[in-house]
Design a protein around this ligand. Structure first.
Ligand code: AMP
Length: 398
């Protein structure tokens, strides 16, 4: 069975075609600048050279047509015919309170995803465009929606209700939803396998550290708490997002700088985080280089990022009676040896000890704590696409 996994952003579309017999990637690629001048699709069939197709793409449907043509292309394609795509799995950012699990897409599901646009105005519309486009181009193919928020629906009220007037939750669903759920779930399940524990018995702190970052507390294999909130802005300092700040700063700066709500939201989402602190870059590799060259603010940005990761790990350890492992994943978590080292070395009070040699890995599964560390430290590369494909296969087999 071949499953096409689709992840639509506002002007981009990432895809992977996965052969579920051996979980191998048959083809993958990215359509970018959809609806903008200079649109292109970068497509790569495994074992063949990458091709770049430059063409106008007015919308996601136009982009998908080029993607599907590429997948079934005579020279650089991965399959002889589109009938070899058996199902499509869509990443959908916000399932709100309606979805605690992935679902086969039907009209009722589409209505619920549309209803959630109000609380995810930036994220759900492109996901809906991707689903509608596939429905038009491949009407017979079953589709599954896998939600970023679903894994976090087990978070109890004690962690999902904000200390605000309760009516805002009742009227507007203002509550913690959490994001990156597919990634946290994938590494949770993988960690249980690696640690040889039953999923229902495993307690973890999972750290998804990338351009966007979040940490989750996993108790008995289920999500108990997470750092992202009503939107993906809360929690850690990120590439360009502020994470936690005193909310009183917002009206103060709006008044001082004469900013509209949209402009302030843009500052918090696009101009803050490690980019805002350093003034150098949102990219952690650039920051590590700048800090080594003596740029103090780049170093400060890295220090603040690491310190917040440590603070949340400490907070989440206080929410469980024991912890089997602290897991690092995503671009920074999988690849930055120094970030992992600095975070873990600050956790000595918990009896956590790093093995420097074992920590010398990038992008590979590894246990990098010492034998006598009180809690194991693990690197587990995330694989959201594979998780979406597995969910799709599971649901359409029903
Ligand atoms: P993601 O959002 O998961 O794709 O992660 C992207 C982030 O990972 C970027 O800020 C990259 O700079 C960072 N990253 C990737 N490789 C490395 C590395 N070798 N060292 C430090 N950061 C890295």
């Amino acid at each position: 069975m071949n499953i096409l996994v689709i992840n639509c952003g506002s002007s981009s579309l990432k895809y992977q075609l996965i052969n579920m017999e051996d979980e191998s990637i048959l083809a993958k690629g990215l359509a970018e600048r959809i609806g903008i001048e200079g649109a292109r699709v970068k497509h790569e069939t495994t074992g063949k050279e990458e091709v770049v197709i430059e063409d106008t793409m007015d919308d996601h449907k136009a982009a998908l047509k080029i993607v599907l043509d590429s997948i079934a292309h005579k020279e650089y394609g991965a399959v002889a015919d589109l009938s070899e795509i058996n199902a499509v799995g869509h990443r959908v950012v916000h399932g709100g309170e309606d979805f605690a699990e992935s679902v086969v897409i039907d009209d009722a599901v589409m209505k619920a995803i549309n209803d959630n646009v109000e609380i995810a105005p930036l994220h759900n519309p492109p996901n809906i465009m991707g689903i509608d486009a596939i429905k038009e181009i491949l009407p017979e193919v079953p589709m599954v929606a896998v939600f970023d928020t679903a894994f976090h629906q087990t978070i109890p009220a004690v962690n999902h209700i904000y200390p605000l007037p309760y009516e805002y939750y009742e009227k507007y669903k203002v509550r913690r939803f959490g994001f990156h759920g597919t990634s946290h779930q994938y590494i949770t399940e993988r960690a249980a396998e690696i640690l040889g524990k039953d999923l229902s018995e495993v307690n973890l702190v999972t750290c998804h550290l990338g351009n966007g970052s979040s940490i989750s507390a996993i108790v008995g294999g289920k999500c108990y708490d997470t750092t992202m909130g009503f939107t993906p802005l809360e929690g850690l300092a990120m590439g360009t997002r502020s994470g936690d700040i005193d909310p009183a700063i917002i009206p103060f700066i709006m008044e001082k700088e004469n900013l509209s709500t949209e402009e302030m939201s843009n500052v918090l989402n696009k101009k803050s985080g490690v980019l805002g602190i350093s003034g150098v870059s949102s990219d952690f590799r650039d920051l590590e280089v700048a800090a080594k060259e003596g740029n103090d603010r780049a170093q400060l940005a890295l220090d603040i990022f690491e310190n917040r990761v440590r603070k949340y790990i400490g907070a989440f350890l206080s929410e469980m009676d024991h912890c089997d492992g602290i897991i690092f994943t995503a671009g920074v978590g999988e690849n930055s040896i120094t970030t992992r080292e600095n975070v873990a070395k600050g956790l000595k009070a918990f009896g956590i000890k790093v093995d420097d040699e074992k920590n010398n890995v990038r992008g590979k599964e590894a246990i990098f704590s010492t034998e006598d560390s009180a809690i194991k430290l693990l690197v587990i590369p995330t694989n959201e696409e594979l998780k979406i494909a597995k969910e799709t296969q599971r649901l359409i087999a029903k």
